[in-house]
Design a protein around this ligand. Structure first.
Ligand code: 4NP
Length: 163
């Protein structure tokens, strides 16, 4: 049966290390995908680290998103907090290190489901989204491919035909 959108509108938090490369790209891809599908959702991103708090996404991430028609320039990095474990239904970590850090911070009565974001993508269970920060610029295109596949999987999961 179709869920009541007022009740089922998902709250999804993307998590990486700095919140300036992978998770803002994931946030941008998911916002665009949910908007295209006409599905209401709360979508945000955060980092496990605090080095870049308040900063906009890395310029290479902004450029990659722009190439895909998505504007992430207005996003600002923030650090994961314990309240996120109640405020979001799903916390999706980019890599196994982010997942480990999040598990360590999670309150015992956390209500959010926590997993690797690529676990949502067929054939990518257990995979990490590679960190493009120290690599060549074309790493951001690979990142986009990964996070856009995650966004499509989320739309399929929360779309009107889902249970
Ligand atoms: P992100 O990439 O976790 O995808 O945002 C990184 C950004 C910054 C750093 C590492 C990774 N850093 O070490 O500052």
């Amino acid at each position: 049966m179709r869920k009541d959108p007022e009740v089922s509108s998902p709250a999804i938090l993307f998590l990486c290390l700095g919140n300036i490369c992978r998770s803002p790209l994931a946030e941008g891809a998911a916002r665009a995908a949910f908007a295209r599908a006409g599905i209401a959702a709360t979508i945000d991103s955060a980092g496990t680290g605090d080095w870049h708090v308040g900063h906009p996404p890395d310029r290479r991430a902004q450029a990659e998103a722009q190439r895909r028609g998505v504007d992430i320039a207005g996003l600002r990095a923030r650090q994961l907090s314990q309240s996120d474990f109640y405020d979001f239904d799903l916390i999706l970590a980019a890599d196994t290190e982010n997942l480990r850090e999040a598990r360590a911070l999670a309150p015992p009565d956390a209500t959010a489901e926590l997993m690797l974001m690529l676990n949502l993508v067929r054939g990518r269970m257990g995979n990490s989204v590679a960190d493009p920060y120290y690599g060549a610029d074309d790493g951001f295109a690979v990142t986009w491919g990964d996070v856009d596949a995650v966004a499509a999987a989320l739309v399929a999961r929360f779309g009107p035909s889902s249970g």
